[in-house]
Design a binder for this molecule. Sequence first.
Ligand SMILES: NC(=O)c1ccc[n+]([C@@H]2O[C@H](COP(=O)([O-])OP(=O)(O)OC[C@H]3O[C@@H](n4cnc5c(N)ncnc54)[C@H](OP(=O)(O)O)[C@@H]3O)[C@@H](O)[C@H]2O)c1
Length: 304
Amino acid sequence: MKAAALTSYGAPDVLRPMEIPDPQAGPGTVRVRVRSAGVQHFDSRIRQGWAPPFLDLSFPIVPGNEFAGVVDQVGEGVTAFAPGDEVLGYGTLGSYAQYVVAPADQICRKPASMPWDIAGGFSGNGQGAHMCLEAMGVKQGDTVLVHGAAGALGTFSVQLARAWGATTVIGTADEANHDYLRSIGAVPVTYGEGLAERVRAVAPDGVDAVMDTVGGDALRASVEVVKDRERVRTMVDDETAKELGVPLLGAARSVERLIELTGLHERGLLKLHIREAFPLDRAADAHRALDTGHGRGKLVLLVD
Ligand SMILES: NC(=O)c1ccc[n+]([C@@H]2O[C@H](COP(=O)([O-])OP(=O)(O)OC[C@H]3O[C@@H](n4cnc5c(N)ncnc54)[C@H](OP(=O)(O)O)[C@@H]3O)[C@@H](O)[C@H]2O)c1
């Protein structure tokens, strides 16, 4: 099959199109013919040589931990899915390819109304936002601050907070992204020096909860404006969180989260802006765009 894979670590150029053997579905898993795959910072970190202890890595490495496609092979013991089912789901590696094998309990049905590009980029950041907002206890009437609100994680977080009843969501972004933030339901605030004052201008009594996707000074400003730091979570900076007495996330992805998120998309409450869709053989360009650390919405790969 065709894949975008690594045979060494480094800059985006090391991510190259190549032919590798088709994976086979084993017990409890399905094989999916991939139509689209999300591009995540996790994948970029793997490309740069990060070796998380829970992964046994050997070249060629096919990155990609979220995907959408059509089930084409079902392993022993799988009864919930059959060849031909349109699904989306998540794994750890392997979705920058024509076929990916995933545990059957990490996929769910793709709603007919969800386009393929969106489905491929829906699982990873959607679940990250869900885990954080749940841990923060976001509820009806809250004022929520989201750092990095224009990014993939931020895009999900802003809309999910609104869907769960937050009255006001304040999102930080570069001014170029302020109209975008308004379009997804956030009050935009520019990041950088003086951030806490700008947030207080919108929420004079402080904010109820903070979702941080930036770390460092953004997390420090968070504890200045939040009423209770037990309701702050970061996806990026555990060290500063420990220093400030902010609880660590400690939650896991689950298919139940994914089903709730796809339901919100079907009801029009959770939209995903596709920043750019690249063909599989331009995966390196997708990583170049990701590595800038700026931009709005989600980068995805489309697989023929
Ligand atoms: N722990 C986990 O499980 C986990 C999971 C997913 C992601 N993450 C991490 O979360 C971070 C965000 O991920 P993502 O997928 O949303 O990334 P992304 O799509 O690349 O978006 C990053 C966003 O950050 C904004 N930004 C850059 N500098 C900023 C600053 N100083 N203050 C506020 N916003 C700033 C950019 O907005 P502008 O264009 O407006 O500058 C951009 O929209 C990444 O570091 C990623 O590694 C962690």
